[in-house]
Design a protein around this ligand. Structure first.
Ligand SMILES: [Zn+2]
Length: 387
């Protein structure tokens, strides 16, 4: 079992193809409890472990071995690290077991995947090691893990802004030309923006995540709702097949995308939950889009105003795309009551942008631009509510 304070480590992962199965092996430095299950749409297998590190660089591509495609790894929620395996087709877990250290290898977790029909996958149950239930119980007992979602002291007197660093944990987001992860770049940017805003004395800032952890899209805008935020800003960085493309853009929610690029970007960003292997089957489907449209009309109008102000201020500080303000159906912007925008800070597929976005100077410049736009936005709101 994991020892508090000691970093447990994944040493290696291996895949082996047999006539009737694909064997996936995780080697650790210490034995760990685990749970595993399969998901569809798209087909994935998920292995959950206690909070463990990965020695060396997480392998994102072990691809093309039997049923096993790409691989992702990261913190799914505090206390649970997740390995997500993209599968080449529907499959179930045919067998699973733990092996003690021996034969030159550390303790191992072995999961055998077997091709299956859709109905077999639908009725497949999660599997777990003997000690997983105990571990899960200790987790739920010590779950002060939602602390970051609670309103900080003093909320109510100051203007409340929620900053949402995109992706995180098992979902790296875009990966730059030299290997930088979007999830890390936007977290750093969010921290600088938080400091800048709070230094004015006018704002209380809540981050949806303040570390490298995955958070479902819906929970991100729910944070804004819970703390009664006046503004929700989701920070991202894009990548594009054309490596020369550079510059920032600002997005607001719309059923109709402003162009094909915006639609494709929204589809990509909306995949976060799928990439992280989240099982969203327990969520009720979205209320009819007409109801949402009605509730969102005034919120959308305010989002639009803020986006326009932000574009104006950003363009004075950093490189921006033409038609900087764009529209598309981003799931993370679907708060029915908090004005929300999504900022793509630039393109990690561009070498220069990747470098710039990782710099302290850039973080300062966008924080300045965002703070000015946020000031203008709240000043306008307060003027309107007085008149
Ligand atoms: Zn993103």
């Amino acid at each position: 079992m994991s020892t508090p304070g000691l970093a447990q480590t994944i040493v290696d992962v291996r895949t082996g193809v047999h006539a009737d199965k694909t064997r996936f092996v995780i080697e650790l430095d210490q034995a760990q409890p685990y749970r595993a299950f399969v998901l569809t749409d798209p087909d994935r297998a998920v292995i959950d472990l206690p909070d463990v590190k990965w020695s060396g660089e997480p392998a994102h591509e072990v691809g093309g071995v039997g049923l096993v495609g790409n691989l992702r790894y990261g913190l799914f929620r505090p206390g649970i690290s997740r390995v997500v395996i993209d599968l080449e087709g529907p499959a179930t877990i045919a067998n699973h077991f733990a092996l003690d250290a021996g034969g030159g290898s550390g303790p191992r977790i072995v999961v055998d995947l077997r091709s299956a029909t859709a109905s077999e996958v639908a009725s497949a149950k999660p599997v777990e090691s003997g000690r997983w239930a105990d571990y899960a119980r200790t987790l739920s007992r010590s779950s002060s893990t939602t602390a970051s979602l609670e309103a900080p002291e003093g909320v109510g007197e100051k203007r409340v802004v929620v900053i949402d660093p995109g992706h995180g944990g098992v979902d790296p987001g875009a990966i730059g030309v030299s290997g930088k992860y979007e999830k890390g770049i936007v977290l750093e940017a969010a921290r600088t923006l938080q400091k800048t805003l709070e230094a004015t004395g006018r704002y209380e800032v809540v981050l949806t995540r303040d570390r490298d952890v995955y958070l479902p899209l819906r929970e991100r805008y729910q944070v804004a709702h819970e703390v009664d935020a006046g503004l929700f800003i989701s920070l991202h960085a894009d990548s594009h097949p054309s490596r020369s493309l550079r510059g920032a853009s600002v997005y607001t929610l719309s059923d109709t995308a402003s162009d094909k690029e915006a639609a494709a970007l929204a589809r990509k960003e909306n995949k976060s939950d799928v990439i992280a292997g989240a099982d969203l089957s327990g969520y009720t489907p979205e209320v009819s889009s007409i109801l949402i449209d009605l509730a969102q009309q005034s919120v959308n109008e305010n989002s639009w105003h803020f986006a326009e102000m932000l574009v104006d201020n950003l363009a004075r500080e950093i490189k921006v795309l033409n038609n900087t303000h764009r529209f598309a159906g981003f799931a993370v912007l679907k708060s029915p009551n908090v004005p929300s925008v999504l900022v793509e800070l630039g393109y990690l597929s561009n070498r220069q942008d990747e470098q710039v976005l990782s710099s302290e100077g850039f973080r300062q410049r966008i924080s300045t631009a965002l703070t000015k736009a946020i000031d203008r936005f709240f000043d306008r709101q307060e003027r309107l509510s007085r008149s």
